[in-house]
Design a protein around this ligand. Sequence first.
Ligand code: ADP
Ligand code: MG
Length: 347
Amino acid sequence: MDRLWGMVTHDIGIDLGTANTLVLVVGKGIVIREPSVVALHKKSKQIIAIGTEAKKMVGKMPANLTYVRPLRDGVISDFDITMAMLKFFIKKVHVREGLLPKLARPRVVIGIPSGVTPVEKRAVQDATLEAGAREVYLVEEAMAAAVGAGLPINEATGSMIVDIGGGTTEIATISLGGMVANKSLRIAGDEMDQDIINYARSRYNLLIGERTAEEVKLAAGWAFPGTVRQSKLRGRDLATGLPREISVSSDEIGEAISTTLNQIIDAIKDTIEETPPEIVADFIQSGIVITGGGSLLPGLSERIASELKMPVITAKDPLTTVVRGTGLILEDRELLKKVKSRGGLSV
Ligand code: ADP
Ligand code: MG
């Protein structure tokens, strides 16, 4: 029976990230890449837009509208909104790929932040089944990231993965197909944006928005001195109430986000300390792998390497590591058995 299904259906991998949701169809590749953002009416909670459409509206909304990033902190803050978002993306795959002729119900692997509770996991699973899946498996994001980054997770060789996303940094040491030590830190890219907002206010008495802060981080941020870039903080002068624009360079942005970077590095250190020495000995040689959007910050691998005195490697295409990992897990039954999350569910 299973083989028959295999012929008519496509399996789906989902990275339900704090900043971005990606969906991959096995055999076709990544078909959806959209922000994990939902725009809604403030009072009625009626949903206006989801994903890319919703993110376009952020910072430009009239007073009766608002937006939610339901996974922002690595936990599900608003259950109904998360489920609406998940169903929207799954439906979109079906429409786009035309691949849900009623019989072909996909198997789905979803990478979720490790802070999600067993009750929430169960609910994500139920919602996915309701959206038309035949089987649903949840996988810790760090594990999916390690698989997607090509780490030898099944071998008796220790590996370390650090996935720096928007809302959370997932850190894990892995050996023999399991996590040896892990941490989910609620500090990542969003916190750096917040640092830049605070910096603009305290240094220049300038009020800037979240989107501007992120743009400046991307344009001029660094974690370690390198090529200097310039950008502009555009906002409202808190003294005059009028718009004002200030040029900033990588030096300043690097300084603004430095404390956050140190907190991430401290959490990596703590995780290493909780890992048995033989396993640490392995990745001292092979290197720590960093991934997620945050790993694209220029100089981050150099900064971590210089603080921890270990080689650090940035994964290839770090924004898609987790979703590619879910795809590889779907293609390997043994691997799926090993890595599926045991938190409160069994299908
Ligand atoms: P999540 O998995 O939590 O959804 P992502 O892995 O998609 O998060 O990463 C999103 C974060 O990465 C955002 O905070 C974004 O600002 C940040 N980011 C993306 N590109 C860069 C870059 N080039 N430099 C620094 N930060 C980046
Ligand atoms: Mg992620």
